[in-house]
Write a new protein. Structure first.
Ligand SMILES: [Zn+2]
Length: 501
């Protein structure tokens, strides 16, 4: 293990006091934060090291950098295996004929329910080697954007592959699976069962056991129900029992679309959050995703439960979702004390990262309320770090505080954007973005330096991904994209994988 001193950086702690140090130091000993503060404060901790530990000390000069806690992306889906479909890589170049998708304009929930049900089967079709190659590349793009902990919320991939990819990349992942056993069908009153509930629950048990057996410290488990429309009451009751017995958090999408409540009332007799409450899933273990369309009664129930909320404001406009701004629900609940965090959600193409989500939260919440201090940049940082860490029930990540795991992000903040600017995070959110991330540490270990992976061959990550994409797409989706992939392979490994511009 090691002793590392990061000195003279602008340090945003996202700790209980949300401390910001204009010139701060962070001492890391054996993967955990031993001290954080001014040079004098941390200097005394360095002086107290034994001679043997002092001899191991390495120093990072962060004079031109801003130091942030590693980002905790607690609502994410791994879906990069679907890149070669008509909605993504095979789209026409022009966007002029685009029409809204199933999430747009209030949403088409029957299509969403059907798509979420089908997603569970696609993951089963992936070979283990394909699943791992896709997971490694997909998760690397998140690490590249400063995410040190991913919260899987159901993926078109296998949980074992996500766990193995996390260990290969040296990042943290709270793995899940796309638990679904029903679909809402517009032609039937009752939801149609699509899978054996006991079999789904057995896989959830396996997930819990797999994470419990992890010795890397990088992998945990959080069962999810893909969507409140895709879960029978039996599955919900079983999930509540499993998460209680294994002491796990739980996540699901709920009140995500304007049209959702009408459909859940028709097929289940009640709205989504009320279902969760009746199934014993509305507790402080729950991270409820999106939530823009909770009615007033549901808002009171959520507030009383201690559940948290995750929103993905940077991608809503891209998909035509309106969770943040059509209603005042999220802003109202946040004001009332609900822990609201930001996340990226998932897509087969790279889409806005955590810095972009922070910018959207800062801008969106403040614009909605007409108060520039409704969500300050440092609040937005907490929404991307310490708040989602608590939602994942992982208390020793998400802030730069003594005793916490040393998951850190360093960004160069010394160019024209930062001239005479005391508030580096403000300019980073205004004019910067995910490709600006320079260095990432997980548990004190450097996994990204100068924007490039450390100890991982990025060219191999990319070519293994393209191979897996080709084999899966031709075998399972009847897509022959060989010419497209040939041209992608011919392009030299872009430096753009490393830094913007
Ligand atoms: Zn989602």
């Amino acid at each position: 293990m090691s002793v590392l001193l990061i000195q003279d950086g602008r340090v945003y702690t996202a700790d209980d006091r949300n401390r910001i140090l204009a010139s701060g130091c962070v001492l890391v000993v054996d993967g955990r934060i031993a001290a954080v503060g001014t040079a004098a404060e941390v200097g005394s901790a360095v002086a107290a090291l034994s001679p043997e530990r002092s001899a191991e000390l390495t120093v990072i000069d962060a004079n031109r950098m801003t130091v942030l806690p590693g980002f905790v992306n607690a609502h994410w889906h791994e879906t990069f295996v679907l890149r070669l479909t008509g909605q993504y890589a095979l789209r026409p170049v022009s966007d002029r004929s685009d029409t809204g998708g199933m999430l747009s304009g209030g949403g088409r929930p029957y299509e969403v329910s059907a798509a979420f049900d089908a997603s569970a089967d696609l993951a089963e079709l992936m070979r283990p080697d394909e699943a791992e190659a896709v997971a490694r590349y997909s998760m690397w793009t998140q690490l590249r954007c400063g995410v040190t902990t991913l919260g899987d919320t159901g993926s078109v991939n296998r949980p074992e592959a996500l766990a193995n990819a996390a260990r290969a990349l040296g990042m943290r992942c709270v793995v899940s699976l796309w638990a679904a056993d029903a679909v809402c069908d517009p032609n039937r009153e009752k939801p149609r069962r699509t899978r054996d509930t006991e079999a789904v629950l057995a896989r959830v048990e396996d997930l819990a056991r797999m994470a419990a057996a992890d010795t890397s410290g990088l992998v945990r488990a959080r069962p999810s129900a893909a969507y409140v429309t895709n879960m029978t009451d039996e599955l919900g009751t079983g999930l509540a029992e499993v998460i209680e017995r294994h002491d796990l958090p739980f996540v699901t999408h709920v009140a995500a679309l304007r049209t959702e409540a009408e459909m859940t009332r028709r097929h289940f007799g009640r709205t989504g959050l009320r279902r969760l409450a009746e199934l014993s899933l509305l507790t402080d273990r729950l991270m409820a995703v999106h939530c823009g369309f909770l009615d007033e009664g549901e808002q009171r129930m959520l507030l009383a439960s201690g559940a948290s909320i995750s929103v993905s404001p940077a991608k809503y406009g891209c998909t035509g979702e309106t969770s943040l701004t059509e209603t005042s629900t999220i802003a109202t609940l946040r004001k009332a004390g609900v822990a609201v965090s930001v996340s990226t959600d998932g897509s087969p193409l790279p889409h806005p990262g955590m810095l972009e989500a922070m910018r959207a939260a800062w801008n969106g919440f403040s614009e909605r309320t007409g108060d520039p201090n409704e969500v300050r940049p440092s609040d937005a940082l907490a929404m991307a770090t310490s708040i989602p860490a608590r939602g994942l029930r992982w208390p020793d990540i998400g802030s730069i505080a003594p005793g916490n795991l040393a998951d850190l992000v360093l960004v160069r903040t010394d160019d024209w954007r930062y001239l005479l600017q005391p508030r580096a995070l403000e300019s980073l959110l205004m004019l910067g973005g995910s490709p600006d991330i320079d260095t990432v540490l997980v548990g004190g270990r450097t996994v990204l330096r100068d924007g490039g992976a450390v100890g991982v061959d990025e060219d191999a990550l990319r070519s293994d991904y393209l191979d897996a994409l080709e084999s899966f797409s031709s075998r399972c989706l009847a897509v022959d994209a060989a010419p497209l992939l040939r041209s992608a392979r011919r392009r030299p490994a872009p430096r753009g994988d490393r830094r913007a511009g």
